[in-house]
Design a protein around this ligand. Structure first.
Ligand code: GNR
Ligand code: NI
Length: 174
């Protein structure tokens, strides 16, 4: 396994539409495992392939708390089959937008179909944090960040802060 570099916004690689995998083979399994290791080491609850510079439709999530047993879920080609009319507001963060947070409204409950680690079609119905996290990760596969769900003012504030931080880091590393 390997810890991969996480891409920080703004970056065009976070705006791509990722491509479906044909089959969950050894290469896709390795990506899933590397993403989980990367996510755990960054203390995130989810990660999408474009965040590590990979264009495949692959996400991983693990919303188990520090004192709970890990519950990693690996998904390829996730598709929303159904979303509840009932919504839920959750304070979201993103490993690609470090230290930035905003409240995002999404459906509370979802049903998702995906290919699992063994290339088998699976369906999962869930709600709460796990449903929020899966929707956040699926957004990444279509180049959508959580800031795209908040007001233009808030989005610009967050992206401007990140751009400044990037320029400062570039100067310091020069
Ligand atoms: O670690 C993460 N926390 C989080 C909190 C609320 C809603 C979504 C998330 S996902 C995020 C990790 C990440 O950036 N995944 O793409
Ligand atoms: Ni994210």
């Amino acid at each position: 396994m390997a810890i991969l570099d996480i891409i920080i916004a703004p970056d065009p690689r976070l705006k791509i539409t990722a491509k479906p995998v044909k089959k969950v083979d050894a290469s896709v399994r390795r990506l899933m495992d590397d993403m989980l290791e990367t996510m755990h080491s960054a203390r995130g609850i989810g990660l999408a392939a474009p965040q590590v510079g990979d264009k495949r439709r692959v996400i991983v999530v693990d919303v188990a708390g520090e004192d709970e047993a890990p519950n990693p879920i690996r998904m390829a080609n996730p598709e929303l089959l159904w979303t509840s009319d009932e919504e839920r507001v959750h304070e979201e963060g993103c490993l690609s937008l470090p230290e930035q947070y905003a409240e995002v409204v999404r459906p509370d409950r979802i049903r998702v179909r995906y290919l699992d680690y063994r290339n088998e079609i699976r369906e999962l119905e869930t709600d709460g944090v796990l449903a929020t996290c899966i929707q956040h990760e699926m957004d990444h596969l279509d180049g959508v960040l959580f800031v795209d769900h908040v007001s233009a003012l808030k989005r610009r504030m967050i992206l401007r802060k990140l751009q400044k931080a990037k320029k400062l880091a570039a100067l310091e590393n020069a």
